[in-house]
Design a protein around this ligand. Structure first.
Ligand code: HAM
Length: 436
């Protein structure tokens, strides 16, 4: 009897070394970008009490209705959920630790999120977000700043084809007047509603506006618009956000149908969309959620934030750059012979002490086969130690990518170097190639 292989859960992927290395590099870039705007990290639990998401995201949303991985902790009967997003947990942490009591906070988190959706390209059951949240800033300046952050990131990453969709959801009172009108309108046209819309008519009529069903589009186009219910303050907030974007030269499209799939938003909402991602085109999304902290039992604290889907961002970068390559180390260390291998182990550590990334050849083999591996590794330098070299405390320095040349037109050639001068020689070589 053959044992059945155990596979990963559908929609939950292993991130293999080529991709994981690429993610680490991307995360470094993201952390630098977040720091540039004064955001500070926090690390949040992956499991939270189920009522947190029900209260924050909304009982009538797709996420809460059908996408949450919820379970009862068999040890104590507690209702728990794998987080489907990070904003709710972040707001919970802000309340629990009184983080925004003294002054406003700019916070971010990285990590896996879980939604039981139908997997397809760009949509997974375990996916990763970088979440960016600002607590305690009431003005439109922070909304605009968060949008400009996105614009800078796409620019820095060489992704010019991500476009901005913008809308305002007004305040709760404005929305409830609009909602009443919307329900009345759709009730008048009940016969033209599809099943989904019928179901949502009273629970979440705003989501009907988001329907992709072509037979409903004419009806949706004629529906009452929230914009007509907005008061002076909401309009001023929205126009101020738009002004900052215009001043900064960031183009946007006003999209009154942008309603978002989570209930906590008010005023500004936005999505960054690319048409290179197929059906799952939104790479980043967010907005203001001034009521959430209070709704979760905290002191009234306004807030605004967004999250980037890491898989989608990585996919965009892969397309722009061709294949994702393994990131090469600086040095491949080749060694043969007993004395040589002992010296090589010390040399590898010493080079690492000097900040160089070193692949130490493991598993033996002759020089020729080791050199093949060194070439394939993509490292710009091989260090070769045989017993001859070891006997005199030297190693052979061999540039592997001489085609790159150096800034002074010379080509570094293979040579013997005292082991205590190796780090310096290699650093100089890498520096000259970088300059080039
Ligand atoms: P969201 O629009 O649900 O918002 O998700 C944000 C981003 O996460 C999406 O634009 C997309 O890039 C990515 N994403 C969502 N679901 C999946 C999936 N199943 N597979 C792959 N990627 C996915 C939120 O989660 C809010 N918490 C954003 C926010 C932060 N609003 C305020 N602060």
């Amino acid at each position: 009897m053959s044992l059945q292989k155990i596979q990963s859960v559908r929609g939950m992927n292993d991130i293999l070394p080529d991709e994981a290395e690429f993610w680490e590099l991307l995360e470094e870039t993201l952390r630098r970008w977040l720091k540039m705007y004064g955001y500070r990290p926090l690390r949040l639990p992956i499991v939270e009490p189920t009522p947190l998401f029900k209260r924050a995201i909304g009982e009538a949303t797709d996420i809460v209705e059908k996408e949450m991985y919820s379970f009862i902790d068999s040890l104590n009967g507690e209702a728990l959920t794998l987080r489907p997003e990070g904003t709710a947990g972040c707001a919970r942490a802000v309340i629990q630790h009184n983080l925004a009591a003294q002054h406003a906070q700019r916070l971010y988190y990285f990590g896996p999120m879980f939604r039981h959706e139908r997997p397809q390209k760009g949509r997974y059951r375990q996916f990763h977000q970088v979440g960016v949240e600002a607590f305690g800033f009431p003005g439109p300046d922070v909304d605009a700043e968060q949008i400009l952050m996105g614009a800078r990131l796409w620019n820095d990453l060489g992704l010019p084809d991500i476009s901005l969709q913008l809308n305002t959801l007004g305040q709760a009172a404005e929305r409830s007047r609009h909602r009443a009108e919307l329900i009345a309108y759709f009730e008048d046209h009940r016969l033209h509603l599809d099943d989904d819309a019928q179901r949502r008519l009273h629970s979440n009529p705003l989501r009907i506006l988001d329907s992709k069903n072509p037979t409903m589009q004419a009806l949706i186009d004629g529906a009452p618009r929230l914009f007509d219910h907005l008061g002076e303050q909401s309009l001023a907030h929205f126009s101020s956000v738009q002004q900052v974007l215009r001043d900064a030269g960031v183009p946007f499209t006003l999209n009154p149908r942008l309603v978002r799939g989570l209930d906590y938003y008010n005023l500004t909402v936005f999505e960054w969309v690319s048409d290179r991602l197929g059906a799952q085109g939104t790479v980043c999304a967010g907005g203001r959620y001034d009521g959430l902290v209070q709704q979760l039992g905290g002191k009234p604290t306004v807030a605004c934030g967004f999250a980037i889907g890491v898989e989608r961002l990585a996919a965009l970068l892969r397309d722009a750059d061709g294949e994702v390559k393994a990131l090469p180390v600086d040095v491949y260390l080749v060694h043969q012979g007993e004395a040589a291998s002992r010296l090589a182990a010390r040399v590898a550590e010493n080079l690492r002490d000097h900040g160089l990334d070193v692949l130490f050849h493991c598993g033996g083999g002759n020089f020729k086969s080791q050199m093949k591996k060194a070439d394939a590794s993509g490292a710009p330098v091989a260090v070769i130690i045989g017993d001859d070299e070891a006997a005199v405390g030297e190693a052979t320095f061999k540039p592997l990518r001489n085609d790159l040349g150096t800034d002074d037109g010379t080509i570094d050639s293979q040579r013997r170097v005292k082991v205590d001068q190796l780090a310096e020689e290699i650093t100089q070589h890498l520096f000259r190639q970088d300059d080039d």
